[in-house]
Every structure is written in structure tokens, then in C-alpha cells.
Write a protein that binds this ligand. Sequence first.
Ligand code: VGL
Ligand code: ZN
Length: 198
Amino acid sequence: MTHALIVIDVQNDFCPGGALAVEDGNQIVGGINALMAGFDSVILTQDWHPAGHSSFASAHPGQAPFGTTEMPYGTQVLWPDHCVQGTEGAAFHRDLNTTRADMIVRKGFNPAIDSYSAFFENDRTTPTGLEGYLRTRGITDLTLVGLATDFCVAYSALDAARLGFAVSVQEDLCRAIDLNGSLATAKAAMKDAGVNLG
Ligand code: VGL
Ligand code: ZN
């Protein structure tokens, strides 16, 4: 058994004061750093959008943040501009231990497709390459923490379970956006998929 910790999107824009702030998003950083020592590998993900990304409400005239639009791959929530490549908002929280990371996976760089999951873009088929990285390193078990529980953490956990990894989400080291009941929906889906919610 080889166990990796996957730290999802602990970036300034998802912390208080950021463009898409998750309540108390900064409060998980110390606990995540402390958790790292117990794992064979630590992997970070970084939401990394080009300016004008299609998931931004600002790219859709007449649309407001937190509404939805139909994309060729399905319904997409429209977000405030966030995690624009190279900006301070896209940087990791300054207190996150990035030194321990073996791998940093950037996602959401395709202008036409959002990517909540660390494994696949929102079309559910375009891979990020993380699956191959984990398999070639013999990693079998994953623990996920980070932001946001009901979007990028949940989508990553569901894809990982579908791919056959043993998956745990450590909920006390995650924080949620909780848009229209999305947290309850995400938790139910993770339970159904066999994700260990601790
Ligand atoms: C996320 C919305 C848009 C996340 C990323 O990290 O959960 N949510 N982009
Ligand atoms: Zn994003």
C-alpha cells in the first residue's frame, strides 16, 4: 500500500479576502501541513485559469456569478474571475508547506472547459495526467483535503473512486462553498461511491 495526500486548491482566491473566498478556507492550512509527514507522497493541485476563462461569469455578457450556463459538456456554474494564471490570487496560501510536494497538478487551463477534478476536466473525459502519475508510482490509496469540499475535492474524490483508488476525504481539513445545497449533494455522492468520509 502506498498512500498519497492530495491537497486540493489551497490558494489565495479560495481564502478569506480572495475572489472566490470559501468561509474559513485559511483555517485548514496548519492542519494540512501537519498531516503531510504521515504520507509516502504529497501532491498539490492548483486551479490555473487563463484570463477570460469560460467558467467566469464575466465571459458571458448578461450573466452574474453563481448562475449557470449550458456548455457543450453540460451545465456549468459561472464563477467570479479567480485563480488567473500568474496572479497573487492563484498562488498557494503563503503558509502552505509546498516544499514537501512531489508533484503540482495545474488544472482549468483549457479556455473552453472548466476542471474541478484533479483527474479529468468537466467533460469527464479529458485527463489531467494525474492518474498515470499515481499508477506509475504505485500509489494505491489517496487522502484528499482542501478547497472546496463540494466542488474540487468532491469531483476529485469521485473520479479517484471510479478509477479504483481507495479514497478518503478528511472533512475537518476541507471547507465548502455550499451553493444551493451542493455540500449535502456532494457528501451523498461521495458516500455512494465508497469514499471514506472521515
Ligand atoms: C473550485 C470553483 C471554481 C474549487 C475551483 O477549487 O473547488 N471551485 N474553481
Ligand atoms: Zn476555478
